[in-house]
Design a protein around this ligand. Structure first.
Ligand code: 3HC
Length: 311
């Protein structure tokens, strides 16, 4: 049965088709998807914190309402992605536990602080912009539930990116102090946002296999340089600058060249030594404890309902 299964799987991948939960799949395919989808979900959940930090201090009711909607969207993306991971056999409790115990990876970017209001704009424009650049190709990931989840997520992400750009635009066209705040936020978030795409291609252990299986459609560096090209144009509309004197379009390679990124810092942040890692996990633990009564009540209610059905 495994030989037949593998032949069917290989044929689907060769035809650039989609693998559904009940289809046969190699153990490593299942494993790498549980790895990536669960980490993607963790990123969404932890990603709520840097922005939530400014909900109570948003400069207007309009900004507060938009920011609340965005943070709620991230929660939804996280739950969507945990459900996609569950279709691969991963248990929700074990994924949540891994994050709470500090054993799970999530996107490095969320371990940086949001020091001022303009950071909410920089996150929307740069972080959600990078997320879209990475997530649009994932709509065509060979694992169908992941691809389907991404279609919904990308629609909401583009609203996130636009609202971030608009925050920066109003600040950049505001007082000199507001413009300086916007520029300082872009200066701080630029390099960490570029590192969201993952390590350089020659230091990316999962890429080859992920691309063969049509999970990853473009390499880390390929998407990174496309992203840089996009923001290099958009930053002109903002009347701000990117903190990258080496940034240029190379006519021969037809690629954007950017400054060297600090991969030692990247590895350090992933290992848990970033500016906010401890605080992010602490907050996540508190939220999990605070929510225990809701989970217990929901489980008790569900048990009562199913008992009634059996009577
Ligand atoms: N942060 C933390 N870990 C990272 C990372 C990052 N930015 N980039 C790479 N890594 C990890 C990988 O997970 C891998 O470790 P692992 O094998 O233990 O999982 C290791 O570094 C080597 O990286 P690879 O390039 O070999 O790994 P991948 O092939 O998985 O590529 C990726 C990395 C491009 C992030 C890919 O996993 C991916 O596309 N993931 C889905 C998208 C995602 O997770 N985005 C995170 C942001 S979500 C977000 O921004 C929410 C938005 O609403 C704000």
């Amino acid at each position: 049965a495994d030989d037949e299964g593998r032949a069917a799987f290989d044929a689907i991948i060769a035809a650039d088709g989609r693998i559904e939960p009940r289809d046969w799949m190699p153990d490593d395919y299942r494993k790498t998807l549980i790895r990536q989808v669960s980490q993607h979900a963790h990123s969404e959940i932890i990603g709520m914190q840097p922005e939530a930090n400014w909900i109570s201090r948003a400069p207007s009711l309009k900004r507060k309402a938009i920011l609340m909607a965005k943070v709620q969207d991230e929660a939804g993306h996280g739950l969507y992605l945990y459900s996609a991971a569950e279709t691969l056999g991963a248990s929700r409790d074990s994924m949540v536990e891994a994050l709470i115990e500090g054993k799970a990876k999530y996107s490095s970017i969320f371990n940086y602080p949001t020091k001022q209001w303009a950071d909410v704009g920089a996150i929307g424009w740069l972080v959600d912009g990078a997320a879209i650049m990475n997530q649009v190709p994932l709509c065509r990931a060979s694992y169908a539930p992941y691809g389907r989840a991404m279609v919904r997520v990308c629609k909401e992400e583009s609203f996130h990116q636009r609202q971030g750009f608009e925050i920066l635009l109003s600040l950049a066209n505001g007082t000199p102090a507001q413009k300086a705040m916007a520029q300082e936020a872009v200066d701080r978030f630029y390099a960490p946002a570029l590192m969201m795409f993952g390590p350089p291609d020659d230091a990316s252990p999962n890429s080859t296999q992920s691309m063969e299986w049509h999970i990853k459609r473009f390499s880390n560096d390929d998407l990174r340089q496309r992203f840089v090209g996009m923001i290099a144009e958009q930053v002109k509309v903002l009347g701000l600058t990117l903190p990258d004197p080496e940034l240029r379009f190379d006519e021969d390679s037809k690629k954007w060249i950017h400054k060297e990124l600090d991969w030692v810092e990247f590895m350090d942040v992933i290992k848990g030594n970033g500016p906010c890692n401890a605080q992010r996990l602490e907050r996540r633990r508190e939220a999990h404890e605070d929510g225990a009564w809701v989970r217990e009540a929901a489980a008790a209610y569900a048990a009562k309902q199913s008992k009634k059905m059996q009577e």
